[in-house]
Write a protein that binds this ligand. Structure first.
Ligand code: GLY
Ligand code: MN
Length: 410
């Protein structure tokens, strides 16, 4: 990400902030021997993929100012962790002009608190049965000494910005989706009966790393047979047996943007009649829902329509006998916003706007038949309707069977 991109975002932030509001964002802390992953909101507004930094912005008397706090160099630690981000580098990479050191953070924050009424931060999970997040821990003195300051989730301020993707963001998502699609094809071209689910996961991760991707967008789901009826199955540890349908719900994260694709394929080359019947229903519903997408439509309308269509289809094959039974076989929402977070900011009641990216992922899960089918595409809302960003990843039964037959020399 260039400094220009995050500078534009901070200008947008300055526009939407009101007098008396401030933003305090914490980069994720470094953890010993763990791969570093940045907080999405911090990355969004600073472009900096480094641990242990803090960003403060405030709006006062009609003017916006901001400052970044970095760590001081520590030669002893550098032997272990490498060089810290230097102030010139931080300025060049982020475009933030004022850089200070972390030991000044609380002094600066005290000044901000003297005028701020509403402070937004990346608080994370605020459930009272969970440990304090890093941000809540760091802001505890504010809560105690300035009880009149409202401390709020940053998402409540910047969701309108993050929800509408720029051209650059759409390019990153497209890249993440294309690489994920190539990995799915690798699996289809190599998977055989008797392999372990985690071997398939490894094929995809190899393709991702070869393509310049360093991490998953979310924990991959590679679920054969009955495992596909567990919606967020993540163990990926079972042997794939003859005749099973394998569900892949996977996504690479490219430059911090996550793909989220689900495809199902028959390990033995062809779908059984029952697998074909259920798959065809899910595919028909998924395509119909995608066709409804255009600016102004509510995500909840798409959800209602999905449920209604699945009720009709499953009653049509006598899998259920009354509409209220649908919850036994379809128990999740039709999709979600996609972006830096796999389940991105946007909410379930959103009115779709140009530049939103959502997933459409109906499914049918019949555990008594050891079968789960979900089909998921990533869709950009455009002026005229929609563009399926994952359209190049096959989902027609004939296409998937043709690829599998070649792979298995059938
Ligand atoms: N890819 C997992 C989910 O959307 O819940
Ligand atoms: Mn999803």
């Amino acid at each position: 990400m260039t400094a220009q991109i995050s500078t534009t975002r901070r200008s947008q932030l300055a526009e939407i902030m009101k007098d008396g509001e401030s933003v305090v964002l914490f980069a994720n802390p470094a953890a010993n021997l763990e791969k570093f992953s940045q907080d999405c909101n911090f990355l969004y507004l600073t472009g900096l993929n480094y641990p242990d930094l803090i960003y403060i912005a405030e709006k006062k008397n009609g003017s916006f100012s901001d400052i970044l706090f970095i760590e001081r160099s520590n030669p002893e630690r550098e032997v272990w962790d490498g060089k810290k981000l230097q102030s010139i580098e931080a300025r060049d990479l982020s475009g933030i002009e004022r850089i200070s050191y972390l030991d000044d953070f609380y002094t600066t924050l005290t000044g901000v608190c003297s005028t701020t009424k509403h402070l937004y931060s990346n608080l994370g999970n605020v459930a009272i049965n969970k440990p304090l997040s890093y941000a809540m821990f760091m802001l505890e003195p504010v809560r105690q000494r300035y009880p009149h300051i409202v401390i709020d989730q940053i998402n409540n301020l910047i969701t309108p910005l993050r929800k509408v993707k720029s051209e650059w963001e759409i390019m990153q998502l497209q890249k993440a989706i294309d690489i994920t699609g190539k990995g799915i094809m690798d699996i289809w071209e190599s998977a055989t009966v008797g392999m372990m689910e985690y071997e398939l996961e490894a094929m995809l991760f190899y393709r991702m790393q070869k393509s310049g991707v360093q991490r998953w967008g979310f924990a991959p789901i590679v679920a054969a047979g009955i495992n596909a009826a567990t919606l967020h199955y993540g163990q990926n540890e079972c042997r794939i047996e003859q005749g099973e349908l394998v569900l892949l719900d996977v996504g690479a994260s490219y430059n911090g943007y996550s793909a989220d694709i689900t495809r199902c394929f028959p390990i033995s080359g062809t779908f059984s009649d029952r697998q074909k019947q259920i798959y065809a229903i899910v595919l028909k519903v998924q395509k119909s829902i995608i066709e409804m997408i255009k600016p102004g439509v509510l995500l909840s309308e798409l959800n209602r329509a999905t449920r209604q269509m699945l009720i009709e289809e499953l009653m049509g094959i006598d899998l259920i006998s009354a509409p209220e039974e649908i919850g036994k076989y379809y128990m999740h929402y039709v999709g979600h916003f996609l972006g830096m977070d796999t389940h991105d900011v946007g909410g379930r009641e959103a009115v779709l706007e140009i530049g939103n990216v959502i997933t459409i992922e109906p499914g049918v899960y019949i555990s008594e038949e050891r079968l789960g089918v979900r089909i998921e595409d990533d869709v950009l809302i455009t002026r005229d309707g929609y563009c399926v960003l994952s359209q190049n990843i096959p989902k027609e039964i004939d296409d998937i069977e043709a690829i599998r037959k070649v792979a298995l020399n059938q």
